[in-house]
Design a protein around this ligand. Structure first.
Ligand SMILES: Nc1nc2c(ncn2[C@@H]2O[C@H](COP(=O)(O)OP(=O)(O)OP(=O)(O)O)[C@@H](O)[C@H]2O)c(=O)[nH]1
Ligand SMILES: [Mg+2]
Length: 707
């Protein structure tokens, strides 16, 4: 049987690494009897972390689809990795989820990982429930954790529960919504319900009143009833709470110990009763700006949020039914390429286990295999409809490395394997840089790229080595220079002759025309690598025929593409051709091209040339106690600090740093801050390098050219 839309709950687990997402998913599955054994991360036996590499590392790396039945609902559970190296996995999971469980580690409170993911909670407007986990730890501090959450995420953070004690003795949770105390047996599981002890009643009542107020915000009748009767039941509050949660007017806080299997059942109950179904969320936005209501009787629309290739199976496609009812055997059209895809088998997943089903209704999440030509972000529709669900926007890359080219035969194999991973992982970008003559990988962090290397080596059995990527420098000039060049060759028959007089100047926006030369023609070229080349034809009296201007430009462009100092791209230069000579027989395009190249090269060197390097805007978020380390490290990177701001109990540092100084920054930052910092970077502009660096770059280039 398939679940109706109103009985579906799509829940994504979010949080800092180690907050207990995978363990909590396991506890949920176990409590719901979706598994008969409570697996442990440490024993590599959880349903969610089923790949070798996750088990080897003890961290999640991929998002994992699971599901469990609880009372009337089917709860789809997506576990995500906490390391922001794998943020792509988080973003695609959030796209198809209707509620988030944000795990907080009661030992550490709000962590950098929480902060980073919060950005996406706001972007997706995901209704969110906080789960204060690790309550059995002797360093757990429930109060501080909730306080930090309130400080950071505002007064909408609303505690629904509190523990009688945390640490080793943790086994009692007071529930202010139901006004009851749960007492767990050793080993967790189903708790016994007891009245709230006298001494805790006041606190519980106060919390209950706050919940009622939040629920009755838009419901006066409910508020009156509360004043008359002094308390309300969960079912009376349900409607108001559902609206408040769905609108992000409240962020309920619950309590758990995933390891001891305490608290997950109550949270699933709350998800069943209160969390929004897919139909309670705003209609899905489409690429064309219109929207699609989650309705199981509409024509079928399926969105692919993730793909993964599995050994022996091939491509596995993870999807959400955004509208209609998907039936096994349905033929759908891929909106992207108009190809027909037959959904021969549809499955529900629990990690690596798949169970075949006949149909899935709007709002449900599932898996299929053996589609022909389907990628992440594709929308598949019933014939006759052409809907494209708004695509997931993956974050831009934060680090890059170059690949040491192996032997030629190996290179082909390597590229094939890399492209396969690129297909599954939209946060990996492979670039064959002609300018740098390197194959570059762009990714989210050192760990991200290291895991890719590991997969290539283990799965594809190809040796792969990362090397330092080259920097894409630019060359320009800082003053005017004039030069002429005569190209003359007499070899037997027809000779070659061309003479050119040129002036080169630094070009800038709004530059006036030359004051002492006529402008016969001006050609402004936007360069593909940024900046401009402006050619001015100032030749008078037919000294050179204008028909040679194209060849001259070609000659100059050849040097613009491979600058005279280091072979880098040149930019922002104006060239005026103002005189020259030609020969009635020996002049031709080739001769003028060569003369232009030579004249440009010499003039360039006389025009006080300058090498420019790419500068990046760097934004670092770190906890206050590691701020000093982050700052002193930045000082070794030629960084310019642009500002510092407090964000909750975190610090945000803004700086501008040359790309050349950012090599391996992700790994360094993680190690100097013990993972208590995250960063983002974005290209800002090109800026002149110092004279010493310029000299060093030129010498290195010369050496390489000689070699
Ligand atoms: N004592 C205790 N240990 C816990 C609890 N929850 C999780 N752990 C342990 O903490 C470690 C990390 O838990 P995971 O569930 O892997 O954490 P995660 O959030 O999935 O981490 P990533 O996948 O790296 O993002 C594991 O060894 C768990 O067994 C808890 O409530 N109490
Ligand atoms: Mg995990």
């Amino acid at each position: 049987m398939s679940y109706d839309t109103k009985n579906l709950r799509n829940v994504v687990l979010l949080g800092h690494p180690g907050s207990g997402k995978t363990a909590f998913a396991e506890a949920m599955l176990y409590e719901a009897k979706a598994t008969n054994r409570l697996g442990k991360v440490a024993e590599k036996s959880t349903i969610s972390d089923f790949t070798n590499i996750e088990q080897e590392r003890g961290n999640s790396i991929f998002s994992t689809q699971m599901h469990a039945s609880w009372k009337d609902s089917k709860i789809n559970i997506i576990d995500t990795p906490g390391f922001d190296d794998f943020i792509g996995e988080v973003v695609c999971s959030m796209k198809v989820s209707d509620t988030a469980l944000m795990m907080l580690n009661a030992r550490a409170g709000v962590e950098v990982g929480t902060e980073i993911i919060w950005e996406y909670v706001e972007k997706f407007k995901t209704p969110t429930i906080f789960v204060v986990n690790h309550c059995d730890n002797d360093k757990a501090n429930y109060e501080t954790t909730v306080e930090q959450a309130k400080e950071r995420f505002g007064h909408k953070v609303l505690a629904f529960q509190f523990p009688i004690e945390t640490g080793i003795g943790f086994n009692k949770i007071v529930d202010a919504l139901r006004m009851i105390m749960y007492v767990f047996p050793d080993g967790g599981g189903k708790p016994e319900k007891q009245p709230i002890p006298e001494e805790h009643l006041g606190r519980a009542q106060e919390m209950h009143n706050a919940l009622v107020e939040a629920a009755a915000e838009n419901d006066e009748a409910l508020m009156e009833k509360f004043f008359e009767e002094g308390s309300l039941s969960e079912s009376e509050l349900a409607k108001g709470l559902t609206i408040a949660l769905a609108n992000q007017d409240i962020y309920p806080v619950f309590i758990a110990s995933a390891e001891r299997n305490m608290g997950s059942g109550r949270i699933m109950g709350f998800i069943n009763d209160i969390a929004p179904s897919p139909a309670d969320r705003p209609a899905a936005t489409l690429e064309d700006g219109s929207s699609l209501v989650c309705d199981s009787s509409a024509p079928t629309t399926v969105f692919i949020y993730k793909t993964l290739s599995e050994p022996r199976v091939g491509m596995v496609s993870y999807f959400k039914v955004f509208a209609g009812t998907l039936k096994a055997g349905d033929e759908l059209i891929n909106q992207e390429n108009r190809g027909t895809e037959r959904m021969n088998q549809i499955f529900l997943a629990n990690g690596k286990n798949r169970e075949s089903v006949n149909e899935l209704k709007a709002g449900d999440i599932g898996v299929t295999v053996k589609l022909k030509n389907v990628h992440t972000n594709n929308t598949l529709n019933t014939k006759g409809t052409s809907i494209q669900i708004e695509k997931i926007k993956f974050p831009s890359s934060r680090i890059r490395v170059a690949v040491q080219p192996p032997s030629k035969g190996e290179m082909e194999k390597l590229m094939k394997a890399l492209h396969q991973i690129e297909e599954e992982d939209p946060t990996l970008i492979i670039e064959q840089s002609a300018a740098l003559k390197q194959t570059l990988l762009h990714g989210q962090g050192q760990l991200h790229l290291d895991i890719i290397k590991y997969r290539i080596e283990k799965v594809n059995d190809i040796a792969m080595e990362f090397i330092k990527p080259k920097i894409s420098y630019r060359e320009t000039i800082t003053k005017e220079a004039n030069d002429s060049y005569r190209h003359k060759k007499q070899t037997g028959g027809a000779g070659q002759f061309a003479e050119i007089h040129m002036r080169i100047e630094p070009w800038y926006e709004g530059m006036p025309p030359p004051h002492d030369l006529p402008v016969r023609k001006e050609d402004v070229q936007e360069l593909p690598w940024g900046g401009k080349l402006v050619m001015v034809w100032s030749v008078v009296g037919g000294a050179i025929d204008a028909k040679y201007s194209n060849a001259i430009k070609k000659g100059i462009m050849s040097k613009m593409e491979e600058g005279p100092l280091t072979g880098s791209y040149c930019q922002d230069i104006r060239v005026c051709i103002y005189d020259g000579k030609m020969h009635p027989v020996d002049s031709n395009d080739m001769a003028f091209m060569l003369a232009a190249t030579m004249a440009f090269k010499t003039a360039f060197k006389e025009a006080k040339p300058q090498i420019m390097e790419p500068i990046y805007d760097l934004e670092i978020l770190c906890s206050g106690d590691v701020m000093g380390d982050v700052m002193s490290d930045l000082q070794t990177r030629r960084a310019m600090i642009m500002g510092m701001d407090a964000e909750g109990h975190y610090q945000k540092i803004k700086a501008q740093v040359p790309l050349a100084e950012l090599y391996k920054y992700s790994a360094t930052l993680r190690s100097i801050t013990q993972g208590k910092a995250k960063f983002n970077r974005k290209f800002a502009h090109y800026s002149a390098v110092s004279r010493e660096i310029q000299q060093a770059l030129m010498s290195a280039h010369e050496e390489m050219a000689e070699a």
